[in-house]
Design a binder for this molecule. Sequence first.
Ligand code: NAP
Length: 272
Amino acid sequence: MENTEKKQATAAEIAQIISSIYAKNLFNGKVALVTGASRGIGRAISIALGTLGAKVIVNYAGNAAAAESVVSEIKECNGIATCAKFDVADFNLVLESIKVLEKEHGGIDILINNAGISKDNLFVKFKEDDWDATLNTNLKGSFNCARAVAMGMMRKRSGKIINISSVVGLTGNAGQTAYAASKAGVIGLTKALALELAGRNIQINALAPGYFTTDMTSTLGSDVIKKIEEKIPSEKVGDPIEVAKAVIFLASQASSYITGQTLAVDGGMTMH
Ligand code: NAP
């Protein structure tokens, strides 16, 4: 199968686009934790937040070199960043790691639950391990991190949690039962948590990205990408910066009266 190998935007391009839309000091004094930020969508979100003044904590699972490189990219854009290794699926490790980070940085103001994996197979061939890994990373990982930051945000009576779901959490997708279930679960988590924390001035929203050029989709052949593009009214798969643009809106005070919502960032794909 032919690999699409579409180039993602450089850090300088992300910084230039984001700062042409949003004020450069939008997140001055804020601390943002982005899970799964060493690559793809998490990388773009981190660079965007860093460009706009947030102190960014770049979380990753195993790829230290990639995470360090994102930290360097943010610093090159005059941002402040550091990285933190932990597996979002490990409840105790997440609680311990975030406790240390809160102490070090004076709390977490913005959490982006972005870390995710996709293990696809026909349902009748689906392995239990693959089901567990997908649900543990995508859904339990979002619970773990939200659970770890919630008390600190409640004490501050301020906070933003943005959960990265997927259009397949809205529509389903053959061959992606575990992934779709995990992403639909993220939407349920978003709504229930939003109801619990709304009175504390904490907004929890989800984004449902369509198809983006990242490592996760890099094995799709150009024939598959062409078929996907035919279903997208905007006629192209997205660059991760499109998700970053929406994250910035939801992480800022522009969305202070919006909570429990799921916004599709999909070029119009889920309209029909
Ligand atoms: P990606 O390029 O495959 O990157 C995944 C990131 O998640 C990496 O930084 C990876 O860290 C991290 N990660 C994986 N398991 C982890 C764990 N247990 N703990 C901590 N970090 C972990 O993925 P992507 O395409 O950018 O996707 C980002 C998010 O968007 C995911 O939630 C995905 O489901 C969602 N999404 C993507 C698309 C798309 O078209 N790409 C569409 C809809 C939704 P390491 O580098 O250390 O492995």
